[in-house]
Design a protein. Structure first.
Length: 266
């Protein structure tokens, strides 16, 4: 075979190898793209499923709290009202001064219980929370805590309040409620302080207490303290939640989110 035949064969062979390499690379790229799309679709399906489960859980919680609120307002409060009326009637018939004093004290206790039920009923009712707004709702909740638990409660609002959606404000308030109850139940504080900070690109809610504190590295294992619920609600409104605590150092919980993102995980 002479040189004139070898050169075309060499060129043809090189071209075939090049074409083979090209198609092989193209095939691998297509398969890789398909694999990436499959992984993306799989992750999206998992994400959608988790969001659906989370949304269902939160909706069930709100429905349960609304039902409890209605039960407290319509039934238990009414029963106590009738009991108080009976006590007034008994007081009118009392002839013993000591009995009259005791009946008056009992009526005072019933009145206090009715007021407490009224406040609890409102704080549990999602429509009430949505109607009066985040700052006023938290302020009322702290006032109730101050009166009933003898805990110094303060709220400080920085910046001009940015208009958040009513649903988002409801979830922020539920996080605040959970944090307050955790603090009262476990931390035994004498002070609970709220700071709501509004700016163009950031809303934050900082909740601090001077309670006993805990090891913050154990926060994810403390499901019984309600932290899981707070983290889930924060995620649901596209926010982030940070917990800072240490034994004997109190606890600070900070919720942050972008006020321009008015979406809810769906």
């Amino acid at each position: 075979m002479n040189d004139q035949n070898i050169i075309p064969l060499f060129v043809a062979g090189s071209l075939m190898i090049t074409l083979f390499a090209f198609f092989l690379i193209a095939y691998l790229l297509v398969q890789k793209r398909k694999q990436n799309l499959y992984q993306l679709e799989k992750r999206q399906m998992i994400f959608d499923h988790q969001n659906n489960v989370l949304r269902t859980k939160i909706e069930e919680q709100e429905n349960t709290m609304d039902q409890i609120s209605k039960e407290l307002h319509d039934n238990i409060k009414s029963v106590l009202g009738f009991a108080q009326m009976s006590m007034y009637n008994i007081a009118d018939m009392a002839t013993n001064p000591e009995q009259a004093v005791l009946l008056e004290k009992t009526n005072g206790i019933i009145s206090q219980v009715i007021d407490e039920l009224h406040n609890i009923s409102h704080s549990l009712n999602s429509n009430f929370v949505k109607n009066i707004g985040l700052v006023d709702t938290i302020s009322k909740e702290l006032e109730n805590i101050r009166l009933s638990k003898n805990i110094v409660c303060t709220i400080n609002v920085k910046g001009d309040a940015v208009n958040l959606s009513s649903e988002k404000e409801l979830h922020i308030f539920r996080i605040a409620q959970e944090a307050i109850q955790n603090s009262i139940k476990h931390a035994k504080p004498t002070n609970i302080n709220f700071e709501l900070s509004y700016s163009k690109d950031l809303f934050s809610m900082k909740i601090s207490d001077n309670g006993v504190g805990f090891d913050k590295n154990r926060v994810y294992a403390m499901n019984g303290l309600g932290f899981l619920n707070m983290f889930q609600r924060a995620r649901y409104i596209h926010g982030s939640l940070e917990v800072d605590s240490a034994p004997s150092k109190g606890t600070t919980i900070t919720l942050s989110l972008n006020p321009n993102n008015n979406g809810i995980n769906n």
